[in-house]
Ligand binder design. Structure first.
Ligand code: SF4
Length: 196
């Protein structure tokens, strides 16, 4: 199982396979690996010391940032993620990005965005659809229809604590009209918009 892997020149940490969602476009539905990873399917969640040991095998000076992404939702393990992020900044001086579905507050039952303050440099949030019903149909979140509004709230709040915030959609999985509506939502929230 691969805990740390290179994907198109970025260094990624695969902290968990747990996820709140069952997105119809999820890469996990199609392949077990990405980049130079052998398998991103984890037998178990790696502990913090195990991830630190894996990182020592890599030349971090070759990378511009370290990304928590994984084959699951990284904020399912937010306390461990933040402990590792602090370690990476202290030991290697690298900026940290989280790629997330934006549902951390529902996972942890509170506003988690302040937890990222001074630790996380960038957050990329998968918005995926233009309204709550469409999101529910496409992503099947375990929290149900409230999920979409929770993501919008997360985006608004995380901007107060993280310098770089982007939202994204998967181009091939929604209509052109939905992409443009999502672009408008991102503009109104004053965050970067990306089509993946
Ligand atoms: S949120 Fe991400 S990891 Fe989870 S099912 Fe959707 S695409 Fe896959």
């Amino acid at each position: 199982m691969s805990i740390v892997y290179d994907y198109f020149g970025g260094l990624y940490i695969n902290l968990t396979n747990k996820c709140t969602n069952r997105c119809e476009f999820c890469i996990r539905n199609f392949t077990d690996s990405l980049g130079n990873a052998d398998s991103l399917v984890l037998d178990r969640d790696p502990d913090v010391e195990e991830v630190k040991a894996e990182l020592r095998k890599w030349k971090l000076s070759n990378y511009d940032e370290v990304v928590f992404c994984g084959y699951g939702e990284p904020t399912e393990r937010l306390p461990e993620l933040l402990e590792l992020a602090k370690h990476i900044k202290a030991a290697y001086g690298k900026p940290i990005r989280i790629n997330t579905n934006g549902l951390a507050d529902l996972i942890w039952g509170e506003d988690t965005t302040a937890w990222l303050d001074g630790i996380i440099d960038s957050v990329s949030i998968s918005l995926n659809e233009a309204d709550a019903e469409s999101y529910d149909r496409l992503c099947h979140p375990r929290f149900g229809i409230q999920s979409y509004d929770a993501i919008l709230t997360y985006i608004k709040n995380v901007k107060k604590h993280v310098p770089n915030v982007a939202v994204s959609v998967v181009g091939g999985s929604i209509t052109y009209s939905a992409i443009e509506q999502c672009r408008k939502i991102a503009e109104d929230l004053d965050v970067t918009f990306k089509v993946r």
